[in-house]
Design a protein around this ligand. Structure first.
Ligand code: NAD
Length: 459
C-alpha cells in the first residue's frame, strides 16, 4: 500500500518507520526541512535529536530509500496514495480545549491537492492525532467542502508510550479503527494486515466517534490510576509512620481486579498527552453542560504532585531556598525519552526560581538539548541560573539540595554518588523514590524527603 504519514514527530516518525518494516511504500511528510534532513541522514545522533526512541534510528537506516521516503513536497508524492495518516500536533489552548490549527492547516493543504489529483482511487484520511470527539466528522465535511472525489475518513488513535514507541507499534495491545464504510475499513485492514486476526492483539473496528472516545477515556483512566496512588497512597505513607509503600502497593494490587500499572507514587505524570488530553476531555464535557468534578480532581492532584516536595522541604525540614544551589537530576518527563513536554521538571525549575535559588545545576542523560530549548534565557533571563552537566556527580558539586525528578535507572545508585559529591548538611528531595538505601544517607547526616514517606531527618 502507498501511505503518507503527515507530521513526523514521535507518533508520525515511529508509525512511518514501523509501516515501512511491513513493506508498505511510506512517505513521511513534514513542513520542517531540518527534521527531514536529520531523518534522511539516517544518523542515529541526528534522528535522536528530534525523536529519541530506542530502535527507531535502526529501522530508518534499514528502510530509507527502499520502503521509507522523506518529503516536504506533498504535491509530488500524493498521486496513487491509499491512506494519509494525520499525526499532527494538537496542543492545549489556555482554556484546555485542543488547538486544532496545525491539524486543519495540514488538512486544508491535503484537501486542496486531493481535489485535483488525477488518480481518483479510494483514499482514506486517517486521524492518528488525538482530536476531540467529532473531529473525524469535521474532516468529512472538509472533504465535501473541497469536493475531494472518492475519499473517506477514519479515526485510528495512537496508544504508543514514549520510550517504548517502536516496540509498542510493532506489538500494540490493540488497534482501534473507527470508520463509516466497509471500503475504508478494508483499506486500513490491508495496511494493518499483520494485526488483523492476531492471537493477542485486539483489532477493534467501530465508529469514528467511539474510536476518538477510546483514546480520551484510556488516557484519563491511566492518569486516574496515577493520581489515585499519588492522592491516596502517597498521602497515607507521608502521614502515618511505618507504612512501607512498596508493600502497600504489592498488597493492594495482588487483587487481580486492581491494576498494577500506575501503582507508584511520584512527582506527577508529564508528557505530551496525559495533561493535555484530560484538559481537552474536561473542556469537551463542560461545554456540553456535563459535570467534570472527578476529571478535574485527577488533573489537580497530578499538578499538585509536581512541586509539593518543595513545600514539604520548607515545612518539614525548615529548608530555605533563597540564594541556595540546587542539583536537579532528570529533566525528561520519564525515563527512556528526551521529551520534556509538560515534564514535572518544568514546574520544579519554575518554582525553584520563584523561591530565589542562585543556581540550578541540571543533569539528564539525554534531554539536555531539549532543556536548553525549553529554558532559553532569551525567553526568561532567570533561566541563566541553570547550568548543565555531563554527569550526576558534576551536577551535585557545590549544591545545598538535590531534587530527583525523573526515574532514570542510573539514579538508583545515587546514594554513594551523593556521599562522594556533597557533605551534610544536605537535603535530598526524591520525587521518584529512587534511593531505596536512604538509611545510609540519613545515618551519615543527610536529610531525605521522598514522595510517599515521612521526612527522614539526619540521624
Ligand atoms: P510532535 O509535535 O512530536 O510532531 C508533530 C509533527 O507535525 C512535527 O514534526 C511538526 O513539524 C509536524 N507538522 C506541524 N504542522 C504540520 C503541517 N501543516 N504539515 C505537516 N507536518 C506538520 O507531536 P507528536 O507527539 O507526534 O503527537 C502528534 C499527535 O499524536 C498529537 O495529537 C498527540 O496528542 C498524539 N499522540 C501523541 C503521543 C505521544 O506519545 N507523543 C501518543 C499518542 C498520541
Amino acid at each position: 500500500m502507498k501511505i503518507i504519514v503527515a507530521g513526523t514527530g514521535f507518533v508520525g516518525l515511529t508509525h512511518a518507520a514501523v509501516c515501512s518494516e511491513y513493506g508498505h511504500e511510506v512517505y513521511a511528510y513534514d513542513i520542517d526541512e531540518r527534521k527531514l534532513n536529520a531523518y534522511r541522514s539516517a544518523e542515529a545522533d541526528q534522528i535522536n535529536h528530534y525523536v529519541n526512541e530506542p530502535g527507531l534510528a535502526d529501522i530508518i537506516a534499514e528502510n530509507k530509500d527502499r520502503y521509507l521516503f522523506f518529503s516536504s513536497d506533498l504535491e509530488t508524492i500524493i498521486e496513487g496514495t491509499d491512506a494519509i495518516f494525520l499525526c499532527l500536533p494538537t496542543p492545549p489552548n489556555v482554556d484546555g480545549s485542543s488547538d486544532l490549527s496545525y491539524y486543519f492547516k495540514a488538512v486544508d493543504h491535503i484537501c486542496t491537492l486531493l481535489a485535483k489529483r488525477a488518480d481518483t482511487r479510494r483514499i482514506v484520511l486517517v486521524n492518528k492525532s488525538t482530536v476531540p470527539i467529532g473531529t473525524a466528522r469535521q474532516l468529512e465535511r472538509k472533504l465535501r467542502e473541497y469536493e475531494v472525489p472518492n475519499a473517506g475518513v477514519a479515526s485510528n488513535p495512537e496508544f504508543l508510550p514514549e520510550g517504548d514507541a517502536v516496540e509498542k507499534s510493532r506489538r500494540p495491545d490493540r488497534v482501534v479503527v473507527g470508520a463509516d464504510t466497509e471500503e475504508d475499513f478494508r483499506i486500513i485492514r490491508r495496511i494493518y494486515s499483520q494485526f488483523v486476526n492476531h492471537v493477542r492483539i485486539r483489532y477493534i473496528e467501530t465508529t469514528p466517534e467511539t474510536a476518538e472516545s477510546i483514546k480520551y477515556v484510556a488516557n484519563t483512566l491511566l492518569l486516574t490510576y496515577i493520581s489515585f496512588w499519588n492522592g491516596v497512597g502517597a498521602r497515607l505513607g507521608e502521614t502515618f509512620s511505618n507504612i512501607r509503600m512498596e508493600d502497600l502497593k504489592r498488597g493492594v494490587t495482588a487483587d487481580n481486579r486492581i491494576s498494577t500499572w500506575g501503582s507508584y507514587v511520584s512527582n506527577g505524570a508529564g508528557g505530551s498527552c496525559f495533561g493535555k488530553d484530560i484538559q481537552s476531555l474536561i473542556y469537551q464535557l463542560k461545554t456540553s453542560g456535563q459535570p467534570t468534578d472527578m476529571l478535574q480532581s485527577v488533573y489537580n492532584i497530578n499538578e499538585y504532585q509536581k512541586t509539593y516536595l518543595i513545600d514539604r522541604a520548607s515545612r518539614e525540614a525548615g529548608a530555605r531556598f533563597n540564594q541556595k544551589k540546587v542539583a536537579l537530576l532528570g529533566l525528561a518527563f520519564k525515563q527512556r525519552t528526551n521529551d520534556m513536554r509538560d515534564a514535572s521538571s518544568l514546574k520544579v525549575v519554575e518554582t525553584l526560581l520563584a523561591r530565589g535559588v542562585s543556581e540550578i545545576r541540571a543533569y539528564d542523560p539525554v534531554a539536555i538539548d531539549e532543556a536548553r530549548r525549553f529554558f532559553n534565557p532569551e525567553n526568561n533571563h532567570l533561566f541563566e541560573k541553570i547550568s548543565y552537566h555531563k554527569t550526576a556527580k558534576d551536577a551535585l558539586a557545590g549544591t545545598d539540595m538535590l531534587f530527583i525528578s525523573t526515574d532514570w535507572e542510573e539514579f538508583r545508585g545515587l546514594s554513594r554518588t551523593i556521599e562522594q559529591a556533597v557533605k551534610p548538611p544536605y537535603l535530598v528531595l526524591d520525587g521518584r523514590r529512587m534511593i531505596p538505601d536512604y538509611n545510609e544517607l540519613t545515618e551519615r547526616g543527610y536529610g531525605y524527603i521522598a514522595v510517599g514517606s515521612p521526612y527522614m531527618p539526619p540521624k
